[in-house]
Design a protein around this ligand. Sequence first.
Ligand code: MN
Ligand code: MN
Length: 315
Amino acid sequence: MTDFNQPVGGNDLARFSGPGTFMRLPSASALNGLDVAILGIPMDIGTSWRSGTRFGPKQIRAESAILRPYNMATGAAPFDCLQVADIGDLAINTFSLPESIRIISDSYDAILKQNVIPVAMGGDHTITLPILRSIARKYGPVALVHVDAHADVNDHMFGVRETHGTVFRRAWEEGLIQPDKTYQIGLRGTGYGPDDFAEAQGWGFQQFPAHELWGQSLSDLGAEIRRDIGARPTYVTYDIDSLDPAFAPGTGTPEIGGLTTPQALQLIRALAGVNIVGCDLVEVSPPYDPSGNTGLTGANLLYELLCVLPGVTRR
Ligand code: MN
Ligand code: MN
């Protein structure tokens, strides 16, 4: 156990001090020897409404300082089993979305070459497109668990085809994902017409609108998805706006009537056993939640994702 990187403990160094990494884990500049690389992608130039997600990684890291290594509910002890480090932020070009997309994909190709599981802190949801391009180069088309208020399947936004609202249409067109193993959970809000989300069902996407999930546990849905995926390599992309704005107001495109924090935990915990090859938590926009609660929730959901990665055992 001492062979693995450990977060700095709150009884060794006061929580409000020490390294500014995720959970105060060691930072790493080299990838070799890591099982999991946590990284920030501080970008908001792909957003269509409120910006601010460029500050997401910084706030998620700051709020993550309260997290302890052992999962009291599930018994998962990720830092007993995996070598995890924070590899810092990608050097995106904040003046060019296409250039940033290329930088993300190049960086992911390098990470994946080392057989490291990338866990990203966004950033707006655009980041998931170049990530999936790299993931598909390595694994082929993957199963996709996509938790979001929005389907993000627009064809373009102002004529631009790569934005935070077009990611999963591009992923489908480019064959990056297995359409019938793509699960969109938490969809809701107003639309332009009845086909806004429904077109993607025609591609094979399995959609679970928020209103069908209100007031119920997501443990069963998560287990159903786990069984349906089987052993396929799977990517999990978690848009914080899947949560109700009461729980996560700090985001760019809030929609009322969303999922609850306990539902988020039920869903993620039910994915234990899935062959997750990468994941991200996107769309935390700190300027819209100075309380830090959205960042805190994002940090916890990333921790819960760590707890269900392949190889994590339970004490
Ligand atoms: Mn999204
Ligand atoms: Mn969204």
